[in-house]
Write a protein that binds this ligand. Sequence first.
Ligand SMILES: [Zn+2]
Length: 321
Amino acid sequence: MEIVDIYLKSQTHRIVSLDKARGMLSHAYMLECSDTYVLEHFAMLVAKEIFCESEQTPCLKCNNCIKVEHSNMVDLKICPKDGKSIVVEDINEIVSDSIQRPMDGQFKVYILNNFDKATVQAQNKLLKTLEEPPMNVIFVLTCSNSGNVLPTIQSRVKSITENLLDVETLAEFLTGMKIKDSQSVASVSGGSIATALKLSGGDTKKIVELAFECLLELRSSADILKFSSKILALKKDFVFFVDTLISILRDVAVCETGKINFKDRKIDIESLKKIYSADAIRSITSVLCQIYGKLEFNCNLTGVVDRMLLDILEVKFLCLK
Ligand SMILES: [Zn+2]
């Protein structure tokens, strides 16, 4: 599975392709998703969709689709180029450029990435153009949090919200990208491709194994020493280990509904359900959430890990089923 397969099933494709087929493309779209990978790729696919010369858009084969793919499309501009926030100078440049007629095709498309991070001045500057949009100009704004986009802008764009992927689709996509341990990585990524790719560099499978082992087999204070050294060896991956513990406990809490992320560990999740009561899950999750704060204050890692294991053990016995 590739990103285009995900796109073809998306809201974004449904809306934009229908608008195009009806000859009623909006002068501005705003894509919202908390997955930055999806945003970045969907914005490019929307550009292909708009420029595509075939009936079935985006075909990815026609001249225009290939030009967009190879960054040779003169009528497509992407801002910002350097990953910085959009500032008023960027918009000034775009506004004066947008008055010129398209050079190659019928439309001029401007992709404005992370528009929720654009300065208020830049947003206000774009607003004037959106109020009286030049002919044949289409803006594609992307954002992770539309709450940071001026309401006046939001009322002048066609908003499309994309949800995060389900674990199966994400795992399939990661497998397609030849990511190692795609199932484990997908289980702990909360449906975000961007998060999954960040995590995929590490030894995800090992971390997931250790997290399950820790929850299943931590029985006495003697075990604390054993687990403590294994966890400390994870070093910078410790935060990911804590994330994983929280994800597993979430699965244990909801496993009766069948909606678990660690589908390949169903038996372990069911075993954990027999060990941890709902109260225990709540208490341990709250202990784990406090760890992020402790790490920010640079507490001694050995102390944090030992305390965490001791707390889990204590809750396990207090809430013994
Ligand atoms: Zn095409």
